[in-house]
Design a protein around this ligand. Structure first.
Ligand code: NAD
Length: 260
């Protein structure tokens, strides 16, 4: 097992990609924290892990609230004694053309994706330093950390921004064995993406099938969605990689949609 006894906080782990990462980490022996704004589904994920013999706890955390983030991390440290892995994954999608984007929605997007990554990183770093074991911080970027799509200005802005945060944390964390990396998935069929299909069809005036084949998967090498397992495997690689050789990187997992 690659994560034996490691304490792994995964934000947005009540659903989609975060949930799959949490299940994968638990199978690898990690003590997994399901941190989400929605406590009930988070608790259900933790209960499922516990029922199958793993170790997990759920914590309520709105990643945009410094007090909630700090309180949740303190609860984790009280229960498990430290933090070894942080996956900053919580995210939402809101789409409008730039000139129609409500300012409040723009700010909400940046708060969830960027403030959330900053606040969770800030709360976990002291514990990673104090343990003397270092740690791994993983940001859920996107192909939109490298590329743009229409209608997604704050998402693309925030996902690009995560790469800057990652590189800074990698530099500041290096001497403490704290690594930081970004995963950049292509489209994965989660609730976040299912919601976008009809929205984009309406905004672009095309069918839902065309949104999938001509917008979402157009640039892939094979017309395939990236899977939850594909992303979780990369999250396991970054979490289990024990040296600073792999830090400050962003890895695109997108069926070739974006090639570095
Ligand atoms: P999802 O909607 O299935 O899950 C997102 C989770 O985040 C939910 O459980 C939700 O409750 C939680 N969340 C939302 N706001 C929160 C907040 N303020 N505080 C704490 N939790 C909050 O979405 P997903 O597709 O699994 O997305 C997860 C991450 O992956 C996001 O950062 C997203 O941008 C990124 N991503 C997704 C795709 C994709 O195609 N699905 C591709 C690239 C990147």
């Amino acid at each position: 097992m690659k994560l034996q006894q490691k304490v792994c906080i995964v934000t947005g782990a009540a659903s989609g990609i975060g949930k799959e990462i949490a299940l994968t980490y638990a199978r690898e022996g990690g003590r997994v924290v399901i941190a989400d704004i929605n406590l009930q589904p988070a608790q259900a994920v933790a209960d499922a892990i516990t029922a199958s013999g793993g170790t997990a706890m759920a914590v309520a955390m709105d990643v945009t609230s410094e007090s909630e983030v700090d309180a949740a991390v303190a609860k984790v440290v009280a229960a498990y004694g430290g933090v070894d892995v942080l996956v900053s994954n919580a995210g939402v999608q809101i789409v409008y053309p730039v000139e129609e984007f409500p300012f409040a929605e723009w700010k909400k997007m940046l708060a969830i994706h960027l403030d959330g990554a900053f606040l969770t990183t800030k709360a976990c770093l002291p514990h990673m330093k104090a343990s003397g074991r270092g740690g791994s911080i993983i940001y859920m970027g996107s192909v939109h950390s490298k590329e743009a799509s229409m209608l997604k200005a704050p998402y693309v802005t925030a996902k690009h921004g995560l790469i800057g945060l990652c590189k800074t944390v990698a530099k500041e964390g290096g001497q403490h064995g704290i690594r930081a990396n970004v995963i950049c998935p292509g489209f994965v069929r989660t609730p976040l993406v299912e919601k976008q299909i009809p929205e984009q069809a309406q905004a672009l005036g095309i069918s839902e099938a065309d949104v999938i084949s001509k917008v979402m998967l157009k640039e892939t090498v094979d017309g395939e969605f990236t899977t939850l397992q594909d992303v979780a495997e990369v999250a396991l690689l970054f979490a289990g990689f024990e040296s600073n050789a792999l830090t400050g990187q962003s890895l695109v997992v997108s069926h070739g949609w974006f090639m570095q």
